[in-house]
Design a protein around this ligand. Sequence first.
Ligand SMILES: Cc1cc2nc3c(=O)[nH]c(=O)nc-3n(C[C@H](O)[C@H](O)[C@H](O)COP(=O)(O)OP(=O)(O)OC[C@H]3O[C@@H](n4cnc5c(N)ncnc54)[C@H](O)[C@@H]3O)c2cc1C
Length: 383
Amino acid sequence: MTPDSIYFSPEATAFRERTRQFLRSNIAPRLDTWEAERRIPRETWKLLAGEGLLGLHYPIAYGGRELPFFHSVAYLEELGRLGNGGFRGAMSVHSYMATAYLHLAGDHSQKTAYLKPAVEGDMIAALAITEPQAGSDVSSLACTARAVGDGYVIRGTKAFVTNGMQADFMVTAVRMADGPASGSGNLSLFVLDPRSPGVTRTPVEKLGWHCSDTATVRLDDVLVDRTSLLGRKNSGFLWIMKAFQLERIAAAVLAIGEIDRALELARRHTGERQVFGRALADHQVVRHRLAELMSHTEAARQLAYHAAWLYSRGTLAMSECAMAKLRATELAVEVAGQCLQLFGGHGYLADSPVAGLFRDTRLATIAGGASEIMREVIADTDL
Ligand SMILES: Cc1cc2nc3c(=O)[nH]c(=O)nc-3n(C[C@H](O)[C@H](O)[C@H](O)COP(=O)(O)OP(=O)(O)OC[C@H]3O[C@@H](n4cnc5c(N)ncnc54)[C@H](O)[C@@H]3O)c2cc1C
C-alpha cells in the first residue's frame, strides 16, 4: 500500500491506522478462541459499533458516520487482513450486505426499527437470499409470500444464512404467490423476525469460517405484517442486483486484505526459515515467486479500488465490480495455496495461520456470486 493515493484522503489513511490498531488489539487476540468455540460473542458487534465501524457509510440520522466510501474500503481491507474468514464474513454481511437493503429500499420507520439498532450494535443482521435449490440462479427462488388479511404468510427454506443463528432480523427474498412460479419479476424483500412462530434455525458445520454462524432457516407459514415489505412489492430483483455491486466490492477488498495477511506471513517465514544453509527467501525461486504474487496483488488491489471509486460516484459498474471480485478472490485462493506451500509441513498443521487462510479464502470464489457468474456478467458487458 503506497502512502500517497488518489483514493485515500489523509483522513482515510489516519482512520485506517486507527482501525488496524483497534482490530489488532481488540479482535485478533480473541479469534482463535472464537474459532474453536464456533461463535462470535454478541457483545463484539457492540464493541465495533463503539468505534463507529458498523455504519461508516450510513447516514448520521440512523447512527452512521456518513464518511466517504474509501473509509469503508480501508475498514474492509483491514478486516480481511485479520486473516479470519468467519469474522470478516459475519461483520461484512451485517454492515455491507443485509443492512444495505434497508438503506436502499427501507422507509424511515424500517430504518429506525432495524438499520439504526444494527449500526449501533444492538441488533445483528442477516441476509437470506440463497435456497437449497437456488443459489447462483436468483430467478429460481421458490420461497413464497402469500397475502393474507393485512399481512403475508411466508413459506420455504433459506440456506447458508450468515449470522442466521444469532440474527435479530433477516432480510429475506421471496416470490409473491400471486405471480408466476419462476422468473425475476415477482420477487420481493421482507424484513423478518427470526424469533417469529414458524421459524426454525439449524446451524450447519463448514470447512472453514468456523466462528461465523451459518444457518438453514425453515419458514413454515410465518406471518408478517405489511410493514415488513421492503420497497415496493415485486421490486426485489432490482434491489438485489443493485446491492450486488457493493457486495462484490466488499468481497474483492476483503480478499485483498486476506492476501496481504498471507503474504506478510509468508515473507516473515521465508526470511527466518533456513534451508540448505540460507534463508528460504534467499533462494531466487522463492524471491521471484513472492515478487510475482505481490505484483498480481497490486494489480488486483488497484482494480478493486477503481470499482470502489466508480461505485462511490454513483456510476453503475456491474462489470468492474464483477472483475474486481473475480480477480481478487481467485488470487486469494492462489496466494493462500502458494503460501501454505512455502510453510512446508508446518503450514499444513491445523493451528497454522496459513492453514486457516487456505480454508477460509476457498469460499470467496463461491459465495456472493461464484467466479463463473462473475465471468457471465463480464462477458455480457458491451465494449
Ligand atoms: C459459509 C457460507 C456463507 C454464505 N452466506 C450467505 C448469506 O449470508 N446469504 C445468502 O443468501 N447466501 C449465502 N451463501 C450462499 C452463497 O452465496 C451461494 O453458495 C452461492 O451464491 C452459490 O450458490 P449455490 O451454492 O447454490 O451454488 P450453485 O448455484 O448450485 O452453483 C454451483 C457451482 O456451479 C457453478 N455455476 C453456477 N452457475 C453457473 C453457470 N451459469 N455457468 C457455469 N457454472 C456455473 C459455480 O462454480 C458454482 O459455484 C453462503 C454460502 C456459504 C458456503
